[in-house]
Design a protein around this ligand. Structure first.
Ligand code: ATP
Length: 422
């Protein structure tokens, strides 16, 4: 049975992954290897932070045998998980931060919900009706609080196929960890970063210890990586060396760092979708107040606006170097008719020339520029009307460029992972 949970937290506290961890550890003997942390459309207005939903998959309870379970009608099947279902509902009801913006949803589903829901939840906004009819069709049981919007994320997370995945180890302490200085956090995150299997742990240039949450929640830190066993050891080591408080440690299997939100070469570009667009720059990037950079490019015959916003920091110095004619692939979400760049590939850089007055054909001395096509030799007075062009060396090479860790979205694949073919 899959247990999907979403929308239990507000900016005041709690984290849905904490509730999943409590359920996972409480029923460890029945739970599958890892709970899941599934990130959905990063552009949804209702999200609190990273639009993450969680799933704990329960295997056959130790007191039952799998064949008998399979044959049970739905009513008896769910009754066999009665203790787990009751515990989950109680936990979510007691610990959720219910407010106007928090609308918890729990889904208990015997069957895997089809992947189409996961894809749709990454690319666009889903309605409650869509989800409720799907849950009815799949015979799922559900429990909702407030307006029940959490059912959308909870169901979509159950439909995650999980083939492309990474892991994140979370260290928890309820209601929240103790205060640490920025320097301490950077030191701890820096240690996590030393291990080859971890990614996006720290952004030293921008002084951002990315393993620590920005707000205080029961998550003391979360380290992303590719090796679940190594991640758990790293967390235990950090806790020991730095006397970090720990109520429990949980390794989640997750779709973070997979680029699952990106649709490559789409037929249409729609609001809230995220894309990889092959295009040609048609206008040099220009800065606006606030330090954002904007430019236009032609993609499949259509002019698209691109932006590198101020939080993307040093990535803007790459974008600034683009010129008309550059062939790029721009990655990012389409919000307010603008692609918010999170990565770009320079596929073929345009040749750039400077125009200057030519050398005199008669005496070889430099000519002076007297008008658009009027050059005179300063020495012998010879006239010419053709300028001379010379190639300018470009300061941007072909290759991949990404925003720094401080600006990275959960779903975006860091270049270290794409180079390793993860
Ligand atoms: P955190 O990252 O701290 O767990 P969050 O950013 O995940 O918080 P939630 O509080 O879970 O934010 O709120 C997200 C809400 O958006 C949930 O109710 C979820 O069901 C809903 N939601 C997620 N994806 C979609 C979608 N594609 N269409 C419509 N609603 C969605």
């Amino acid at each position: 049975m899959f247990i999907g949970i979403d929308d239990t937290d507000s900016r005041e506290g709690m984290c849905t992954t904490y509730l999943a961890s409590r359920i996972y550890h409480r029923f460890r003997k029945t739970a599958s290897d890892f709970p899941w942390l599934v990130r959905l459309n990063p552009n949804i207005a209702y999200k609190t932070r990273g639009n993450g939903a969680v799933v704990v998959e329960m295997l056959t309870p130790p007191s039952m045998d799998a064949k008998t379970m399979e044959r049970l009608p739905d009513g008896e099947y769910y009754a066999a998980y009665g203790e787990i279902i009751d515990y989950t509902i109680d936990l979510v009801s007691n610990l959720s931060m219910v407010s106007e913006e928090t609308n918890p949803g729990i889904v208990f589903s015997r069957r895997k919900i089809p992947e189409t829901l996961y894809r749709a939840a990454l690319y666009r906004e889903i309605s409650m009706d869509e989800v409720r009819s799907l849950l009815d069709r799949y015979g799922a049981r559900f429990y909702a609080m407030g307006n029940g919007r959490g059912l959308i994320g909870a169901s979509a997370a159950i439909s995650w196929p999980g083939k492309r995945h990474t892991y994140e180890v979370m260290n928890y302490f309820y209601p929240h960890g103790r205060h640490r200085t920025l320097a301490d956090k950077i030191k701890i995150a820096g240690e996590a970063d030393l291990h080859e299997c971890t990614f996006d742990s720290v952004d030293r240039a921008n002084r951002r210890p990315a393993i620590f949450p920005r707000e205080r929640t029961p998550v003391v830190y979360g380290i992303r990586g590719t090796d679940p066993v190594a991640l758990k050891n790293i967390a235990e080591g950090l806790n020991r060396r730095h006397s970090i408080e720990s109520e429990m440690i949980t390794v989640f299997k997750t779709n973070q760092g997979t680029d699952d939100h990106i649709v490559a070469d789409p037929e249409a570009v729609e609001e809230l979708g995220s894309y990889a667009l092959k295009c040609m720059v048609s206008e040099s990037p220009h800065p606006t107040t606030g330090g954002h950079y904007f430019f236009h490019a032609i993609c499949n015959g259509r002019i698209i606006k691109f932006a590198a916003f101020e939080p993307t920091k040093e990535f803007r110095s790459v974008v600034r170097k683009l010129v008309p004619g550059d062939e790029i692939v721009g990655y990012g979400s389409y919000i307010d008719s603008t692609i918010n760049l999170e990565r770009l590939t320079m596929e073929a850089s345009a040749s750039v020339y400077t125009r200057r007055a030519p050398a005199c054909k008669l005496c070889g001395k430099p000519m002076s520029n007297r008008g658009a096509h009027d050059f005179r030799c300063i020495s012998c007075g010879t006239a010419d009307n053709l300028p001379s062009f010379s190639g300018v060396e470009r300061s941007i090479e072909e290759g991949d460029y990404e925003v720094p860790v401080a600006a990275r979205r959960h779903l975006s694949m860091p270049l270290v992972l794409s180079r390793n073919g993860e």
